[in-house]
Design a binder for this molecule. Structure first.
Ligand code: AMP
Ligand code: ZN
Length: 476
């Protein structure tokens, strides 16, 4: 069965057929680097990174591009407020993007093109649109003439009249039509500016994506993505610019994630109801944040709450405990694990694949992962039995462990996601304590052995002695 993707353009799920298989090109509209991003933005970054990984899992070679908008009004305003050059602002928040995204387990894209590094490409594209009669110059600015592009509105189903109420549309006396939008903005005093055939100025927001997508990925791309708020007017304008210039379809599949809400309202900078990624990471482990963001289907709205985060934190803990328990038990009973699959794990894998191929149904895929963790606990008891049953159980547990580990890593739910160096030291230090206690007991220094056990209990760690050795656990 092919992968099915819901295409905003056709409003239905379609079989995914890239233009040049096995290659896939993806353009995801990235952040405006004027502040640290919030976890509504993170929903898009994490989800699209996971789409990229799933296509790779399915054997495609993906080229993933996510731009950085490094010149726009919000950046200029922030630079003014801090009395800094705008590059000091974009430099700071570009670094912050990579830091926070990295902590959340989001891989960097293959390319992160910046608007300011593609001014030449942007100017060329604008010129092409003027030459084709789709754009006009007025007072040193250039506008796209929406009326000249007949299919305008085909993505969102919205009319040009709606544009007037659309986000980020400026009113200007220079426009021939109120719905027209700026491709090039004439420089105002004190603003950053670049030379152009129309005088000094800077690019509009929409044109940068059309120009950079074309340069990095070609005139027709496979998947274009962003949050649902970008479908209109941003993506509609991108289509008008790109298809207006090339006469070719711009993107074959349009994917839009739903909003992350807080108290049923979209999380956004302008509403002030946002929680930045770095803030939520102070409270919750990265794996829990990822679990929460992937726990709903990407096209549905998702509501952030204390309860939802608590549920996600205990969900990832259950997975991590399952992995840890199986690892330690297998090490004790056989000293090694095999990666062979069993009928059971093959069936589990098929269920994950069916869920993910069906328009990236992460909640269904995660449910399978939890079923597998349940089976680990079921198998545990058999492993501690004896005879032939025990040998079969070791094979079964090994396969389940490999399965859970693979998909916990795939979804970024393991303890090592965003883990600090200190976190990574816990396991080797615990092994040292366990060995020291074993040695103390062997030498009949029971007071030392008991002290180790009691002091660990004080900090919430329990030791479990088995005939084959000792394993440790964090207490519930
Ligand atoms: P921006 O920096 O505002 O252009 O946003 C970067 C990405 O995050 C875009 O794809 C937006 O559509 C997306 N986004 C912004 N707010 C939310 C939200 N509350 N929920 C989900 N996605 C969002
Ligand atoms: Zn864009």
């Amino acid at each position: 069965m092919a992968i099915q993707i819901y295409n905003t353009m056709s409003r239905r799920k379609e079989n995914f057929e890239p233009l040049n298989p096995p290659n896939v090109t993806i353009y995801n509209c990235g952040p405006t680097v004027y502040d640290r991003f919030h976890i509504g933005n993170a929903r898009n970054f994490i989800f699209m990174d996971m789409v990229r990984r799933w296509l790779e899992y399915r054997g495609f070679t993906v080229r993933f591009v996510q731009n950085l908008t490094d010149i726009d009004d919000k950046i200029i305003n922030r630079a003014r407020a801090e009395e800094l050059d705008f590059r000091a602002i974009t430099g700071r928040y570009t670094a912050a993007y990579f830091e926070d995204a990295g902590r959340l387990g989001v891989r960097p894209a293959d390319v992160h093109p910046k608007a300011t590094e593609h001014i030449g490409d942007i100017v060329k594209l604008i010129q092409r649109l003027i030459d084709r009669g789709l754009a006009y110059e007025a007072g040193g600015s250039v506008y796209f003439s929406v009326k000249s592009f007949k299919p305008y509105g085909k993505l969102s189903g919205r009319k040009t009249e709606d544009l007037l109420e659309g986000a980020r549309v400026e009113v200007s006396a220079e426009k021939r039509d109120a719905a027209d939008f700026a491709l090039w903005k004439a420089a105002k005093p004190g603003e950053p500016k670049w030379d152009s055939p129309w005088g000094p100025g800077r690019p509009g927001w929409h044109i940068e994506c059309s120009a950079m997508a074309m340069v990095e990925l070609g005139e027709t791309i496979d998947i274009h993505a962003g949050g649902i708020d970008l479908s209109f007017p941003h993506h509609e304008n991108e289509i008008a610019q790109s298809e207006g210039a090339t006469g070719k379809p711009f993107a074959r599949y349009w994917m839009h994630n739903g909003f992350l809400n807080i108290d049923s309202e979209k999380m956004s900078k302008s509403l002030g109801n946002f929680l930045r990624a770095d803030q939520i990471l102070e409270r919750w482990p990265a794996a829990a944040v990822r679990h929460f963001l992937l726990s709903g289907h990407y096209r549905s709205p998702l509501d952030l709450s204390e309860n939802a985060m608590e549920d996600s934190a205990s969900a990832v803990k259950r997975i991590q405990d399952g992995i840890e328990t199986a690892e330690k038990l297998l090490e004790l009973v056989s000293g090694k694990t095999t990666d062979g699959e069993t009928d059971e794990t093959r069936e589990l894998r098929e269920r994950v694949e069916t869920a993910m191929d069906d328009d990236f149904n992460t909640p269904r895929a995660l449910a399978v992962l939890f079923d597998a963790v349940g089976l680990i606990h079921e198998t545990r008891k058999q492993v501690e039995g004896d005879g032939e049953e025990r040998l079969a159980a070791i094979g079964r547990l090994s396969a389940l462990l490999a399965f859970v580990r693979e998909f916990a890593e795939f979804f970024g739910l393991t303890a090592s996601i965003g883990a600090s160096t200190a976190d990574k030291l816990v396991e080797p230090l615990m092994q040292l304590l366990i060995e020291t206690r074993a040695l103390a007991r062997k030498r009949k220094a029971f007071d030392v052995a008991d002290m180790i056990r009691d002091r660990l209990a004080d900090i919430g760690i329990s030791l479990e002695d088995h005939p084959q050795g000792t394993i440790w656990k964090r207490k519930e």
